[in-house]
Structure formats: C-alpha cells, structure tokens
Design a binder for this molecule. Structure first.
Ligand SMILES: *Cc1c(COP(=O)(O)O)cnc(C)c1O
Length: 394
C-alpha cells in the first residue's frame, strides 16, 4: 500500500496528481469510491446522538465529495472547500455566505453576465445593496466602500473583455476597511492563480470549465480561508446544496489531467492570438498573456499561466459579416461555456452588461475558446471564417 501523501510540500503539477487521494485508506485503490448515498446507519442511539460518526447523511458529505473538496483545498491553500451543482451556484453560495439584508456588496463591472443577474434580481430582492465598480480603478473602488460594505467581488480577467484587476491593491483596500474579497478564478484555475495567497477570502471556480475539462458535467467550487470558512460551511449546509457522486467523480478525474490540458490550451491560444494580432482585419486581441494587453504586467505578477479563452475585436463591420464569420467556422463550435477539449466561438456583446463603465469598441468582439485540436487546423478554420467575413462585407 502506498503511504499517505502530504501534497502541500510538492510542486503544483505533483499536487494536482495526488491531492485528496489516500489509497491507503481505500484498500489500495488509486481513485476514491463513488458513494451513492442518502442514509448512513449508526450502530446505536448513543453514537447517533454523539455526532461523532464521520459520515451521518449523504447531503452532509461522503468519501467521494471529500476527496474532491480536499484536493481543491490543498491546491488553493484553503481552510475548506464546498461543492455546488454549478459554477453559478458557487457564486450564489459565496455571496449568501457573506451578506445579509442591509449589507452592501461591490461587484466588478466586468463580471460574468449571470453573476450580474444574480446580484440585480436575487440579492437586491433580499435587501442586499449592490454597487458596480470599474475593475481597473482602484481609487474609485475605495471611495465606494460604505459602513455596511461586507465584500468586494472580483473576477480577473473580466468576462468577455479580459480586464485584469490589481488583486493586491484590492485586497489591501478591503483589509483597511475590514471587508471580504471574493474572486471568480475560473479563468486562472487553481494552477495558474492562487487567490488565497493573494489575500482573497473566497475563491470561486466554475469546475464545469477546466476542472471537468470534457464538457460533460456542471459543478462549482468555493474555497475559503480561515476567516471565511465557518460562514461558507454553515451556509452550504443550511441551503442543502449537494452534488451527485458521479459528477463529483468526473470532476476529480478531470482535475488529475488539468495541468497537461492547460499547458496545451495556453500554447495553442498564444499561437492563435499572435496570428490574429498580425491580421489587418483584427483591431486588437484581448488576451492577458500578450505583451500588448493593458493588464499584461498584472497577469505576469499574479498568474503563472493563461488558459485558452480570449476575445478579439474585428475592424468595424456589419452584423451580417459577423454572422458570416461565425457561421463559416466548423471546428470552432458555436456554444456557451468553455474549458472543454473542443474549440468554441461566440459573438461577445458586452455593451449592455456594463453600468459603471462603458465598453468602447468600434468593431464587433468575438470570443474564442482554443481547445486541444491541432492549431494548424484551427487556423485554417479561422481563415475560412475571415474569407466569409470579407465576402459578406462585399
Ligand atoms: C461559466 C462561468 C461561470 C458559471 O459556471 P456554470 O457551471 O456554467 O454555472 C461562472 N464564472 C465564469 C467566469 C464562467 O465563465
């Protein structure tokens, strides 16, 4: 039997292969058991009343859910992690764990669209005040903090438009006002960005994306430091959130290969981003890993890699030429989500989803997820798109 590993002491690519795994406690099997469970039996009333049995009820946790939670906590350097049925559910859990009626939350203007919807519709309805802030204006952020501000919500880089936030400055500002910081770290993943090391209290991921990696499961994770963990843990239990064991298992299985997949996503995305940047029909490429990106220095400081998702702005063109571009693609599928092995494209329209800032761009924006395919095929696919784009422009 293998000895119990202590993944904290290893480098990230080793940690990701072993974190949360304990074959010695699992009859030698490398992977955890997939436990389908609601009821757990107790040997007698005294044990039932004592609360000392490790597992008491399916919803409260099983060896399967604990394996993924432990792996995520180790990777994130967290006091604890909770799993949710989707990435959006992870965001609502994190928000509900730190705000109540009468509190105020500051939300980056460039957040994932459904996060904004959650704030505007649900949080406001339950009496939580919401303000949006310019993700790149740290002085402006400080001025928005009120007596009842409980947390600053961040997402770096921002959805669709990839603005980098200065996480160190935001954390310093939050600390000075005794305010919590949440970060949606789906783009960076636990491998390329370590929010808790930057001082963030709650690190959120849509595991649906790179952790799962195969576009076949929806799951979310929230990892918390000591300060935020008790409230997160309690809210998760109170809400009754639970993820089915097969989905948890697939997420853990995906996690084990995330480092090799991400290396390829990054290499291919950089190649395609560089190729796009040289084209006359492209106005700019919004990918923090490119030296031309306004947030490149922040990315280099706080991230150790980039994932395969970025946007580019076309030179001004009609709606019908954007349609023609996207409809001519065959390897890049038209679809939501990202982080799977396959390439995706969509027409990004950030203008209507901004309230503290305005999206200034003369041309249309296309978001690409660069999958694991051969980049020569992907570039040929994009070339077909550009041919159709120009034909439609006439
Ligand atoms: C997709 C996504 C989410 C939501 O994840 P789901 O699993 O689809 O609910 C949250 N944040 C970001 C940045 C995302 O891209």
């Amino acid at each position: 039997m293998q000895k119990k590993t202590a993944p904290e002491k290893y480098r990230p690519n080793t940690t990701i292969a072993h974190a949360g795994s304990n074959p010695a406690d699992n009859q030698g099997f490398v992977n955890p058991m997939v436990v389908h469970a609601s009821t757990v039996l107790f040997p007698n009333v005294a044990t039932m009343l004592s609360g000392n049995q490790p597992y008491v009820y399916g919803r409260r946790g099983t060896p399967t859910t604990e394996a993924l939670e432990d792996a995520m906590s180790t990777l994130e350097g967290a006091a604890g992690t909770k799993l949710t049925p989707s990435g959006l559910a992870a965001i609502s859990l994190a928000m509900l764990s730190c705000a109540q009626s009468g509190d105020h939350l500051l939300i980056a203007d460039t957040v994932y669209g459904p996060t904004r919807n959650l704030c505007d519709k649900v949080m406001r309805r339950y009496g939580v005040d919401i303000s949006y802030y310019d993700p790149c204006d740290i002085n402006g952020l400080g001025k928005l903090i009120r007596k009842n501000t409980r947390a600053i919500y961040t997402e770096s880089p921002g959805s669709l438009t990839f603005e980098m936030q200065d996480m160190r400055e935001i954390v310093a500002c939050a600390r000075a006002h005794d305010v919590l910081v949440m970060m949606d770290n789906t783009w960076g993943t636990s491998l390329y960005c370590k929010p808790l090391e930057l001082g963030v209290d709650l690190s959120i991921q849509a595991g649906t994306k790179y952790i799962v990696g195969h576009s076949d499961v929806m799951i979310g994770t929230v990892s918390a430091n000591e300060r935020a963990w008790p409230a997160l843990r309690a809210m998760h239990g109170d809400l009754g959130l639970h993820v089915g064991p097969d989905d948890v298992y697939l997420a853990l299985r995906g996690l084990r290969t995330m480092s090799v997949r991400l290396e390829r996503h990054m290499r291919s995305a950089l190649e395609i981003a560089n190729w796009l940047e040289k084209r006359d029909d492209v106005a700019r490429v919004l990918y923090p890993a490119l030296p031309s990106h306004p947030g490149h220095t922040l990315w280099k400081r706080d991230f150790s890699g980039a994932s395969g998702l970025f946007s580019f702005e076309l030179k001004p063109a009609s709606d019908s030429s954007v349609h023609a571009f996207l409809d001519a693609l065959s390897l890049f599928g038209l679809g939501y989500s990202w982080g799977g092995y396959e390439s995706l494209a969509l027409w990004a329209q950030p203008r209507s989803a901004r309230s503290a800032t305005t999206w200034e761009a003369a041309g249309p924006l296309v978001r690409l997820h660069v999958g694991l395919e051969d980049t020569r095929d992907l570039i040929e696919d994009l070339e077909a798109g550009f041919t159709a784009f120009h034909a439609a422009k006439g």
